[in-house]
Design a protein around this ligand. Structure first.
Ligand code: ADP
Length: 403
């Protein structure tokens, strides 16, 4: 072992003894074992040394003139900056060691003279190990404290960012609302005059002219739908929510009633599990189920009878996991995130009519209710939309088959 290198690592020991012979024996013994050893011959010197550079351990003789070991130990323990330094008393076998007093004044152990090498080393190593562990724990505590402070700072920054994000979202929604609202009236003017032009000046227009006019009207009508959807989307964010218990089964019956024409024309078979009493905004919950079920019908497989299943799974804390499963055209996994964004569509409106707002509205409704929404799907096999909602409890499986 490299003695020099290991001095500080092994431990820094202060020996306080007025017997120079004892001092010398212990000094060379401990030095040979690789400890850093300092030595003083009385209590006053010891206090000075400890003050300037506190050791890891003090070996302290009891019987010394002026200030004995007990007194010195008491003084060290009374000072918070030196109180944690372990003190091992040194005493001759024939000394009347008042063990109780030694422990009372703060001593942690004692060694008897003449010194037995193995015993001395065992007692010293024992205390130094405890001391090293204590220091390691203190360091870890310091690191934990620093990490905690950093976490708190990050948390505060995150809260600030969140509130900024919320504010800019609100601003954006407000802007979308105002813009779409204001765009509506000039658009109505274009649409109205284009229609009048088509009716009143029909004979003045050749086939090309009529085709162009048709394109203007179709484009304006589509823009009108997009604006309505955008308005609907921004209203979801601006409207004050009216949270109350909502009977899921009754609410769903109303949704299915309003979709009856689509259900009948597509011959969809809808299988339901019993829904709970939700706690939420009834209008928004209806809209959520309506959007998802109408999508399940709309994006059906052309050659397969649509089978739609609504499942319910109670979770902890009165939360319910609802699944809306279809056997339609499916969605490929790279589009799973995108479809929840405004105006994101995977098909053009000739293939499947729509504006790309429905799922963004669903996401916002679920956000408003503190839930999560996600999709699982396999192309050409079918799609499952899952979402969580707060509820109050379950209130018979029902199968609605049209005709
Ligand atoms: P829209 O139906 O008006 O296009 P949505 O926001 O409701 O808008 O849906 C976004 C896109 O997600 C749709 O264009 C469609 O491509 C896809 N999608 C939604 N629901 C389903 C479904 N059940 N099966 C397959 N694709 C779906």
């Amino acid at each position: 072992m490299n003695k020099l290198k290991s001095f500080k690592d092994n431990g820094d020991i202060l020996i306080v003894d007025d017997h120079l012979e004892n001092l010398q024996i212990l000094f060379s013994m401990l030095n040979d074992y690789g400890y850093e050893v300092r030595r003083v011959i009385n209590g006053f010197q010891a206090l000075n040394v400890v003050k300037s550079e506190p050791p890891d351990l003090i070996l302290l003789d009891i019987l010394m003139p002026e200030m004995d070991g007990y007194q010195l130990c008491k003084t060290l323990k009374a000072n918070p900056s030196t109180a944690n330094i372990p003190v091992i008393f040194l005493t001759a076998l024939d000394d009347e060691l008042d063990k109780l007093k030694a422990f009372e004044v703060g001593g942690i152990d004692y060694i008897t003279k003449p010194f037995h090498m193995k015993e001395v080393m065992a007692r010293i190593e024992n205390q130094l190990t405890i001391q090293r562990q204590r220091r390691a724990i203190a360091e870890q505590n310091e690191q934990l404290k620093a990490q905690n402070i950093r976490l708190e700072q990050l948390n505060a920054e995150l809260i600030k960012l969140n509130s900024k994000l919320e504010q800019s979202n609100q601003d954006l929604e407000q802007f979308a609302y105002i813009a779409s609202h204001d765009l509506r009236s000039p658009l109505q003017t274009i649409l109205g005059f284009a229609q009048i032009l088509g009716q009143k000046y029909q004979e003045c227009l050749d086939e090309k002219g009529k085709h162009y006019l048709d394109r203007i009207i179709t484009g304006a009508e589509r823009m009108n739908k997009l604006i309505s959807s955008l308005l609907e989307y921004s209203r979801i964010g601006n409207k004050k929510l009216d949270f109350k218990p909502v009977d899921g089964n009754k609410m769903l019956a109303q949704v299915l009633e309003s979709l009856q024409a689509d259900i009948e024309s597509s011959h969809a078979v809808i299988q339901l599990e019993q829904l709970p009493i939700f706690v939420g905004d009834e209008v928004q919950l209806e809209q959520l189920f309506q959007n998802l079920i109408s999508n399940a019908i709309k994006y059906r497989h052309p050659e397969v009878t649509p089978q739609i299943k609504i499942t319910v799974e109670p979770k902890v804390n009165f939360e319910y996991l609802i699944g809306i499963h279809d056997n339609g055209i499916g969605i490929s996994s790279e589009d799973f995130q995108r479809i929840f964004q405004v105006f994101q569509r995977l098909h053009n409106s000739e293939q499947y009519p729509g504006t790309g707002i429905g799922l963004a509205v669903c996401k916002k409704i679920i956000d408003n209710h503190g839930g999560r929404i996600w999709v699982e799907s396999e192309a050409n096999q079918g799609t499952s939309f899952y979402f969580t909602l707060p509820g109050q409890g379950i209130t018979a499986d029902v199968t609605i088959e049209p005709n």
